[in-house]
Design a protein around this ligand. Structure first.
Ligand code: UDP
Ligand code: MG
Length: 312
């Protein structure tokens, strides 16, 4: 393998034994047909099934163009992609899911845009094939993101994307931990473009994202790129403070001048509970930012590579 190649394809793999054979069968012919030099980097993100075995076999079969990063345990999709970004040799980098939801046949479409001079090409899914819940939840998040950050993206969840090398270098240098790679890339790009890509149902298996992981990911997206949640909270807390002060005045007036204290205690309880929950949300929110700061300051190794399969 030469030290620089034209294209690096980056694929995170977590328990995808049912999809990998088909992925290999569909991906490599597309890349061979490009007639340019390429490499495919798979990151095995601590799979518990036979994924690693299959990746080993593929590496043996196509060692000229295949590299495998093997994590010791599960660090998540974005960390798996980051590890590959730190090792890419290509001038152009494409990310892809292993479950064939992003058809490899769409790769040339992205490359056309890069050839046209764009430094970042985001795919957006035509006819998204996910559950109604996922589709609508992501519409809402899209909307929140548009309002709170300066990132413009039709479809943040689509991982079929192409990046020019300087963007990947910038992402790696940023040392981001809990991050949302497409959004980070967008913030570094100067000439971004979007292109519609086909979306298929998961070829086999089930989504690796639990409800909790999805919430975390979307939280990362918002808190990683904007301080808006903290600012909105502060404003809300101020409004609450003014409101409760006025209420105290009203209650005092009723009690002192109208001698009416029939439901005073319960009203106060109500207000108190409300204010306590507001405070708790605030503490959680601050904790989120402090936690992120802590992770960066601590600068601990973000993932551990057990083994690297590559032919120099
Ligand atoms: N993935 C990963 N680590 C994880 C979860 C997922 O590397 O902890 C990979 C997975 O193998 C797939 C891609 O990330 O290639 C997208 O995952 P999935 O299909 O589960 O997500 P969804 O399409 O449901 O958003
Ligand atoms: Mg998927």
């Amino acid at each position: 393998m030469t030290s620089t190649v034209f294209l690096s394809v980056v694929i995170p793999v977590y328990n995808e034994e049912l999809n990998l054979p088909t992925l290999f069968k569909r991906l490599y012919p597309v890349l061979d047909q490009l007639g340019r030099s390429y490499e495919v980097i798979f990151t095995n993100d601590g799979s518990h099934d036979r994924s690693l075995e299959l990746l080993r076999a593929q590496h043996a079969a196509r060692s000229d163009v295949t590299r495998v990063i093997d994590f010791n345990s599960n660090y998540g999709q974005h960390m798996a992609i980051m590890a590959a970004f730190e090792r890419v040799r290509g001038e152009v980098i494409i990310t892809l899911d292993a479950d064939l939801q992003n058809p490899p046949e769409e790769i040339p479409k992205l490359l056309e845009k890069i050839a046209a001079g764009h430094d970042y090409v985001g795919g957006y899914r035509l006819n998204r094939q996910d559950s109604l819940f996922r589709t609508y939840a992501s519409k809402i998040i899209n909307c929140v993101r548009e309002k709170t950050t300066s990132i413009e993206m039709t479809d943040q969840g689509c991982m079929l994307r192409a990046y020019s090398r300087p963007i990947i270098d910038a992402i790696v240098r940023s040392g981001a931990i809990n991050t949302f790679i497409p959004a980070l890339a967008y913030s570094f790009s100067s000439h971004p473009a979007e292109v519609g890509v086909k979306h298929e149902e998961r070829h086999a298996g089930v989504s690796n994202y639990s409800f909790y992981a999805l919430i975390r990911l979307n939280f990362d997206l918002i808190t990683g790129f904007s301080l808006a949640p903290l600012q909105v909270f502060t404003m809300f807390a101020m409004a609450c403070a003014v409101g409760s002060f006025l209420l105290v005045l009203v209650l005092a007036y009723m009690r002192l001048f109208l001698h009416d204290d029939t439901n005073g205690v319960f009203t106060l309880f109500g207000i108190l509970f409300f204010l306590i929950s507001v405070t708790m949300i605030g503490i959680g929110l601050i904790g989120e930012y402090v936690g992120r700061t802590y992770q960066v300051v601590r600068a601990r190794q973000r993932y551990h590579v057990r083994e690297m399969l590559e032919t120099k």
